[in-house]
Design a protein around this ligand. Structure first.
Ligand code: M6R
Length: 370
């Protein structure tokens, strides 16, 4: 069933271009008009939504964090992202104008299920983003937008993550369309950018795998890793840290690069590996120079720096010990490519340590208890 791959994780990473392309398929026309009729929530209701709360756990929650940056920017309504188990027990503010988006690959995560039940009891509508047809979470939601990533077997989630971001972006763009928050041309432009992502993901896999494996071989004895990013790079850093914890059993922490001087930089010592997600450099992006200075700061304290950066970003060469290159793309699209080296790196580390990458100790594919 692994179709010639060493592991399901390997196979599933290689399926990521398809996961994104198939999730986009048939959901908009060439004029850039989204059609989410399958979701079966009245346009009128979508138009009345004044707040979104994303509930999810683990990787699905990081996909939600990425979507927050995009949806707030496009639709201009507040988007909160909360771990489902925290949300349920803190008396959250929910109204009939709140759209709760429950993200789950398996559709069986009990924490997420309990949270969505609570939201519905409070009169909010729940829209699920789910990868498993007919599972409990979509069945109990008001509506569902399926990710078409195909079955995900490895415990560490990979292709589901990029498909979840894609689906959440479609919901954001749909809201922008029905609320008139953006011009048709703008929406069409973003859909074109999304459509270009599968090839870019493929390119990362094709061109970076060897460099990534060599870096993993070099770092095999590292005791811990720090991951940092800013803006959408922040949830990607957390996701990269989670992957390495889960399958390589390495202590990692992912945090926002801006937090460095508020504490985490104290951890940096000679040889400490620090993975940095670098935002696009083009358009004199202020975040780019801020992240570059974060690399300088940790390097000055002896860190071994691994950057994920855009092709053509010459500044990075001077500061990073290793660079994993990704094709150029707009900032909001970058998580779809930046996460790929994170996943490959974790997988290579786990394999080199002789671990079972598909079935890490102590973990189950879906967590069906609260
Ligand atoms: O099936 P779900 O998407 O609801 O699962 C949520 C988390 O349990 C899941 O993403 C978990 O964090 C993965 N093991 C991450 O690789």
């Amino acid at each position: 069933e692994k179709g010639g791959w060493d592991s399901f994780m390997d196979k599933e990473i290689h399926e990521e271009p398809h996961a994104v392309a198939d999730t986009l398929l048939g959901r908009f026309d060439l004029e850039g008009r989204l059609n989410l009729d399958e979701v079966r929530i009245d346009e009128e209701i979508f138009r009345s939504i004044d707040k979104i709360i994303v509930i999810a756990c683990g990787t699905a929650a990081y996909a939600g964090m990425v979507a927050k940056y995009a949806i707030e920017h496009w639709v201009r309504i507040p988007v909160e992202v909360e771990l489902a188990h925290e949300f349920r027990y803190r008396d959250p503010i929910l109204t009939s104008r709140t759209l709760v988006v429950a993200i789950s690959q398996s559709g069986e995560t009990m924490d997420t299920l309990m949270a969505l039940r609570h939201a519905r009891e409070q009169g909010s509508r729940v829209l699920a983003i789910c990868n498993t047809q007919g599972s409990t979470i979509p069945r109990e939601s008001d509506a569902v937008l399926y990710t078409h990533a195909g079955p995900e077997i490895a415990v560490a989630s990979t292709k589901a993550f990029v498909a979840q971001i894609t689906a959440a972006y479609l919901i954001g763009l749909y809201l922008a369309q029905v609320k008139g928050a953006m011009y048709r041309d703008e929406i069409r432009g973003i859909l074109d950018e999304l459509r270009a992502m599968p090839d870019k993901i493929q390119r990362v896999i094709d061109t970076q795998s060897q460099t990534i494996e060599a870096a993993a071989t070099k770092m095999i004895n590292a005791q811990s890793f720090l991951f940092l990013g800013r803006h959408v790079g922040y949830p990607v850093a957390m996701e990269g840290a989670l992957k390495l914890k889960e399958i390589a059993y390495t202590f990692t922490e992912g945090f926002a690069a801006g937090e460095l001087k508020h504490g985490p930089i104290a951890l940096v010592d000679e040889g400490e590996p620090v993975v940095v997600i670098v935002p696009p450099a083009r358009g004199r992006n202020i975040l780019h120079s801020k992240v570059i200075s974060a690399i300088e700061e940790v390097r000055a304290r002896g860190a071994y720096t691994i950057a994920v950066a855009e092709e053509g970003d010459d500044d990075v060469r001077d500061y990073a010990d290793v660079v994993f290159w990704r094709p150029q793309c707009p900032t909001l699209m970058s998580p779809l490519v930046d996460v790929i080296p994170m996943q490959l790196f974790a997988m290579d580390m786990a394999k080199l340590k002789g671990l079972d990458v598909d079935k890490p100790r102590n973990l189950a594919k879906s967590v069906t208890v609260e």
